[in-house]
Design a protein around this ligand. Structure first.
Ligand SMILES: [Cu+2]
Length: 81
């Protein structure tokens, strides 16, 4: 069991993305395509990761955990003002 932080590009359908992510076991549940602004590796309890990325244009972006079945509860909004 693991968790990650995946920040989706604007316009990416989160349900469709999560479905594809669930099948991307060999790539830590990051599916093919260029749908993410940034993401961490899969992390277990007590682990950490650090990422840096340039803020996208102002707006509201969706972030999820892409581990299968998690995104419905592990989802939030990343707001760039
Ligand atoms: Cu998770």
């Amino acid at each position: 069991m693991g968790h990650n932080f995946v920040l989706l590009k604007k316009g990416v359908d989160v349900n469709n993305y999560a479905l594809k992510a669930a099948g991307a076991r060999n790539s830590e549940y990051i599916p093919d395509g260029d749908n993410e602004l940034a993401y961490t590796k899969m992390l277990g309890g007590g682990e950490s990761d650090t990422i840096t990325f340039d803020a996208p244009e102002p707006g509201t972006y969706i972030f999820i955990c892409s581990f299968p079945g998690h995104y419905q509860l592990m989802m939030g909004e990343f707001i760039v003002g």
